[in-house]
Structure formats: C-alpha cells, structure tokens
Write a protein that binds this ligand. Structure first.
Ligand code: SF4
Length: 371
C-alpha cells in the first residue's frame, strides 16, 4: 500500500468474538488535520448563492463576453464577433480532456480522482509549458456552457470524483461561470477548483467569487525580466500578487473534511525552475508576509525542458545541417534546458520555512501527507 493510501484510508473495523463488526471509524487524529482547518461538512459555495445573485452573475458573464477585458491582456473585443489573444470566442470553450485525474495533490485527487477539465488555449505563452500540446496548440472539442455542466454532473455521478477541477480557465471565465450556474441547478454538490497560472484579473475573480471553492494558483516567477522572456508577459508577478491576495480573501486557507479531502481554500503551487531559485525564495517570503503563514504550499520539483526549450535555433540549425558550422548547434532558452538541482529545491524550501510557512504538500515523518 502506498504511503498516500495509508494516509487517506485510516479505517479500522472493530471485530471481536462477542460483538458483530462495527462501522469503520475514521481516525481523525491519524490524519493530523489541525482543528482550525477541519470542516464537519461542506456545501459548495455555488449552492449557497441566492437566485438573485446567480442571475446577476449570468448577466455579468454575458456583459464581459461582449467587451472582453477579462484577463490582463485586455483585448476589448466582442467575442461574439472576433477573438482576442486567447483565440477563443463566446459561444463555446475548447476542451482537450475531461476525465477523473489522479495526477494531483493527495488531498485533491483523494480516493476516486479529481474531475478534471483541461481547457485548450491559454493567455500566457510560457516557453517551457509542461502542457504544451493542450495550451498552445488548441487541440480539442467545442462545448457550450450547458454541455460543460452536463459533463460536471457525469463526473460527479458516474466518476464519483471529489471535485470539478477547471484547468487553465483564465481565458474562458464567463463560459465557466455560466456552466457552474447551470450545474448548480442540475444538482452539483462537489467543490469547484479553479486551477490557474494566476494571470487573472480582479474582474474575472469577482465573477468567480461565490462559484469557486478551491483556488489552485501557480506562482511561477518573480522578476519581470524573467516573465517577459519565459512567459511572454511583462506584468506577470504583479498580476499574480494581486490575484492570489484576492483568491485568499475569498476562500481563506485550505481546509479539509475528516477524510483528508480538501474542500475550501487556497492551495498554492510553485514549480522550482533551474537557476531561478532566488525568485522562488522571494515568492515564499512574499506569500508568508502578504497572504498567510498558514497558506498550504506545494513546492514542485518536476520541471523538465519542454515546448520551445532546448529546440535548435532555426538559422543555426540550417547552417549546421549544411555543414557551415561545426560543433553542437545552439539551442533556445539554454539557461533552463536542464532539470532542477537538489540544492536549488532545498534553498526554496528552506526560505519558505524561514519565512514562517509550515503547511507543505509533502510526505511527513509518519509516512502520510501533511494536511
Ligand atoms: S480572455 Fe481572451 S479575449 Fe479576453 S482579454 Fe483575455 S486574451 Fe483577450
């Protein structure tokens, strides 16, 4: 049994000669959930919205589609007539994959998986994108908000998943809002996760307020020189700081029910980048000082060169192939064309602890996961 299985399945059955078996007892203390982050029960926020507020959100979603300034690209286009930087119109969204997914954090994927919806397209252009085929190439099928809502219900009823996990939704927020409102009326009863690069606007987060239960923001890089070169956005860090503060204001720190499944709050991710550990340290310090020392943080180590990184520069490649240049051909973004070193990872983790953060997604001393 994996350490995760041990941590989320702490069930014991009492059985002795004189008694019939009792119901399984969940050992809350085994899971080690601090009481302030333990929920007795949970009702998704969308089910608590009044019908008046739900109607207001619907109107606001249509208003934004007519003049889209919803993400920091601020294209100002009528998406019923033309597309902006994200290349996605108004009537439908493009979806690459919808399925129960087990590649998420233990408290998100749980026993049965997270009901993931991977949207095609993106409002960033990360040169190292780890989902390049989905985010940059816009492969997939078109779905209306109503069809999306039907998928959420299928994931809930057939997949028995713990949540609906909207991956890269920043550029389709109005359609996503409409889909959640429809699913609410169809009986959605599991939490909604907004899984984002943090390149969001305060307007789009206002539209999501009351619809999202868990924000899963990624804070990628700190310096604008780095975001300009690697994300193709000058103002990424400033936007991310504003967005993450707003997400935390809406849903607070990550909280769980007694089975160890996350139900509400912010789970922040940071993918440590090769040679950029100084930026990771800055991010950890800023989070502790400006968001919350109780923030649940996942410091990720799985960076690998992908997308444009490590590809041969075109002119050089041609000259090299024609024998004009000797040696190895020059590659693009050579500075991040390698895996992350252990000491880079440790320096970000040490900075996080020194800043006062303490809730990390990692294996604990007992072999389970910190909650
Ligand atoms: S969501 Fe798309 S159309 Fe709207 S501002 Fe962003 S990139 Fe432009």
């Amino acid at each position: 049994m994996s350490s995760f299985s041990r941590s989320i399945r702490p069930l014991i059955t009492h059985h002795c000669r004189h008694h019939r078996p009792l119901s399984p007892v969940i050992l809350k203390r085994f899971l080690g959930i601090p009481p302030q982050f333990l929920l007795d029960d949970y009702i998704p926020r969308c089910q608590l919205l009044s019908s008046v507020d739900a109607a207001k959100k619907r109107s606001l979603a249509y208003y934004h589609l007519r003049n889209c300034n919803l993400c920091p690209r601020r294209c100002g286009v009528d998406r019923y007539r033309e597309t902006g930087v994200c290349l996605i119109g108004a009537e439908t969204v493009k979806v690459n994959v919808i399925a129960p997914h087990r590649g998420e954090e233990p408290c998100i994927q749980g026993y049965h998986g997270s009901g993931s919806v991977f949207f095609s397209g993106c409002n960033l252009r990360c040169v190292f994108c780890q989902n390049h085929d989905i985010a940059h190439q816009r492969n997939g099928f078109d779905l209306t908000p109503e069809e999306l809502a039907e998928w959420y219900i299928k994931l809930q009823q057939v997949g028995n998943v713990h949540n609906i996990n909207l991956v890269t939704p920043e550029h389709v927020v109005p359609q996503v809002a409409l889909s959640i409102l429809t699913a609410r009326d169809m009986g959605l009863k599991i939490p909604i996760i907004y899984n984002t690069s943090s390149f969001d606007s305060l307007e789009s987060l206002a539209l999501m307020d009351g619809l999202v239960d868990i924000y899963l923001p990624d804070f990628k890089v700190w310096k604008s020189s780095t975001s300009r070169r690697l994300l193709k956005a000058d103002d990424y860090a400033e936007t991310a700081r504003e967005s993450i503060k707003e997400m935390h204001r809406q849903v607070g720190d990550l909280s769980f029910t007694s089975d160890g499944i996350a139900k509400k709050g912010v789970l922040l991710r940071h993918l440590v980048m090769p040679g950029k550990e100084d930026e990771g340290r800055e991010i950890m310090r800023w989070l502790a000082e400006n968001v919350s020392q109780d923030l649940y943080v996942h410091i990720m180590e799985q960076y690998h060169p992908d997308a444009h990184v490590g590809k041969t520069k075109r002119k050089r490649a041609t000259r090299h192939a024609e024998g004009e240049e000797g040696g190895e051909p020059e590659v693009r973004y050579a500075e991040i064309n390698r895996a992350v070193r252990d000491e880079e990872l440790s320096s970000v983790k040490d900075a996080a602890v020194a800043a006062g953060l303490w809730r990390f997604c990692e294996v604990n001393e007992q072999g389970g996961f910190h909650l």
